[in-house]
Design a binder for this molecule. Structure first.
Ligand code: B16
Ligand code: MG
Length: 216
């Protein structure tokens, strides 16, 4: 029986991928590498420092740890500037109703995000009160596709992994949830999220009672 639902943040509750993309694109252009949207797809759900490692390897560049750290700080500064104006208008369609229905059914809710800015973003969009627990990139050693973030969220909710459902939009996140032994609801505009137990284009009109019994 599903007793808890753990939400990914970026791409599920709000879409900050475009801001990550703009800031990484600017960083990459400083070493003359053109980052494309296709590259950006592969960075979804991946931590900040691992994202930089991917970009540097695509660009064929090796940097010392100090320089890497400087770029990470710079990228986060650019990203924070871009997300200052986030508000409840940026909550993705269907999310608020979906959360209301789950909470009304007595289901526990958590966020499991790779982002170190998760609490800031949740406060900005006004969703903080909907969650019993928030586990973010500052609280784990390993990030997705490692299951740590979801296992910690389940433990903090006081639930076994088998009784949790993860809502994810990225391959790395689906892999993390499956390794944690959890069920996965995939959010995908194109219906091509490999490994999800059930997939929808967005959360509009998703019947929570049906979903939770169907995924048991
Ligand atoms: P930050 P999620 C992830 O969030 C993003 O999808 C990913 O693109 C980003 O690199 C990562 O957070 C780290 O974000 O730089 O804010 O710490 O999808 O796991 O909610
Ligand atoms: Mg995501």
């Amino acid at each position: 029986m599903i007793q808890g639902v753990i939400f990914d943040l970026d791409g599920v509750l709000t879409d900050t991928a475009v801001y990550h993309y703009q800031s990484w694109k600017q960083i990459a252009s400083s070493f003359n590498f053109e980052l494309t949207e296709k590259h950006n797809e592969q960075l979804k759900g991946v931590s900040r420092s691992e994202s930089l490692d991917h970009i540097l390897s695509w660009a064929g560049i090796a940097l010392d740890p100090e320089m890497k750290n400087r770029l990470l700080v710079e990228k986060n500064g650019l990203y924070l500037d871009l997300i200052q104006s986030l508000s409840s208008r940026d909550i993705l369609p269907g999310v608020t109703d979906f959360l209301h229905h789950l909470i009304g059914q007595g289901v526990k809710t958590a966020v499991g995000s790779s982002s170190k800015n998760a609490n800031f973003i949740l406060s900005k969009i006004g969703l903080m009160p909907f969650f019993d627990v928030v586990v973010d990139g500052t609280m784990v050693k390993q990030t997705k596709p490692d299951p740590e973030v979801f296992l910690l969220a389940a433990a903090s909710l006081g639930l076994n992994p088998e009784s949790c459902l993860v809502v994810e939009d990225a391959e790395a996140g689906v892999e993390a949830a499956k390794s944690a032994g959890m069920k996965v609801l995939g959010i995908s505009a194109h219906g091509n999220l490999i490994g999800a137990d059930h997939e929808v284009q967005n959360l509009i009109g998703v019947d929570t009672k049906y979903l939770l019994s169907h995924l048991n």
